[in-house]
Design a protein around this ligand. Sequence first.
Ligand SMILES: C[S@@+](CC[C@H](N)C(=O)[O-])C[C@H]1O[C@@H](n2cnc3c(N)ncnc32)[C@H](O)[C@@H]1O
Length: 491
Amino acid sequence: MTSWSHGYPADSPYTFSFQAAPAPGNLALVCALMGVEWRPAPRMCMIDIGCGRGYTANTLAAANPDWTVLGLDYNPAHIAEAAELAERAQLENAIFIEADLAEMSDAEIDQLPELDVASLHGVWTWVSDSVRAGIVRLLSRRLKPGGIVYIGYNAQPGFGRDMGLQRLFRHLAGGHAGPSPSRAQACLGTIRELYKTNPRNLTTTPLLTRIVDETDPLNAAYLVHEFLTDHWRPVFFEDLLADLAPAKLDFVGSIGLHENTPAYLFSDEQRAIYDTMPEGVMREFFKDICLTRPFRRDVFVRGLRRCDAAAAMDRQIIAACRTAPEASPKFEVPVGSAELPEELWRPIAAALNKGPQSLGRLRSLTPGRNPTAAELVTVLAGTGLALPVLRDSGPTEATTRFNRIVAETYANEGRQGGQYALASPVAAGGLPCSWLEMAVAVRVGQGQSDATALITELLPGIAATELDAIAQKTAALIAANTAIWRRFGVI
Ligand SMILES: C[S@@+](CC[C@H](N)C(=O)[O-])C[C@H]1O[C@@H](n2cnc3c(N)ncnc32)[C@H](O)[C@@H]1O
């Protein structure tokens, strides 16, 4: 542990991963669904607090040349890498700041521009009280009235079941010397052996199941940042809300759209109890008791103003990010699946395959039997079939350059997995993809379309026996996705 890090591991970089949740199109959708007034403005200032290696902030900057995107982190290695990527991609609207949230003075905070949007993904429940206090001071002093905040955090009681596992990790890692990644890896064997003995208080959770599964090893950088901080503490929603009070934040809703719709969440018996509860904190707590929700992704606004949810939803524009299937897609929710009747789905699928559509238009394609916009978008967003879009655009120099540089620079890391996205001026954010899809899209944008040549170039070590199969898959990917990449303005 480095001496300046306040108990957070700073000797190894975090994963290079794109987070889709804070894209303003997603925030606008949650606000519309919940009948809360908020729209992305043509010119805005965003901040990614605890931005890690800056991939999300840089993607948002590339996709939105008229927005200023700040990334703030105290780890100089993170900031150096993020700033270098911004400079190579010539993103003058991406600004990276090395600052320690626990130690920023009010005067330093006040040098930041006023903020329209703030994002905190994977920070709040990993850091000390003094860092959390710094976050609240920053939001209190710089978030504009009407500004919006996204927070992704480990929630109680869902993630509380992993507290024993986290403490066990820290104790075991304390017995090993060396850099954090090797200390984290060194714990895995003992945890796997212990798990086989069925210890009473090492609860089998999804995270523990991943850790004991040797066939699908968790990334060492993830293990370090998840387990080797001194301050890992899942929080109850109500405690987070209370801590945020100085910034005058009101809860809007959750990024997982179905989590805002009780009909998708509860059995009849649970629903009867839920309906007796007062709106607000108590109902959110009840959800956390009933649902499997270890990680919450919540949206807050500074100054909640109500609007007509139905009208706001009808205005939202979405676009399919894969070919809409003929059969009505099913999205698994706690009480079964959310889906539209086949006869309502068919014209919606046909329209989505033509291009971006407003939710209002999609709803009106089946007169007399209109699905609600909430039903429609819950299925589309939940299955990953569609994304909100904010503008009509072809590829820009910034997105083309940025996507190419990311595909080239992160090839080695990308081949091992990870979360990538093509910067899209249409989505005003990222179009999620694998690294290989990104590399293929970039090449297709440059006019290359021969799948075999393309794969030989991208995966030079590939065995001759595998080449045909992968080239075929790539040809199918190109055939299915070229229109979609164009729709999102990435080629
Ligand atoms: C789990 S990582 C999440 C990174 C990024 N938001 C993401 O989701 O990819 C937490 C980040 O918080 C940063 N951090 C921790 N303590 C901090 C502090 N006192 N001031 C500023 N950043 C801090 C770490 O350096 C790290 O990049």
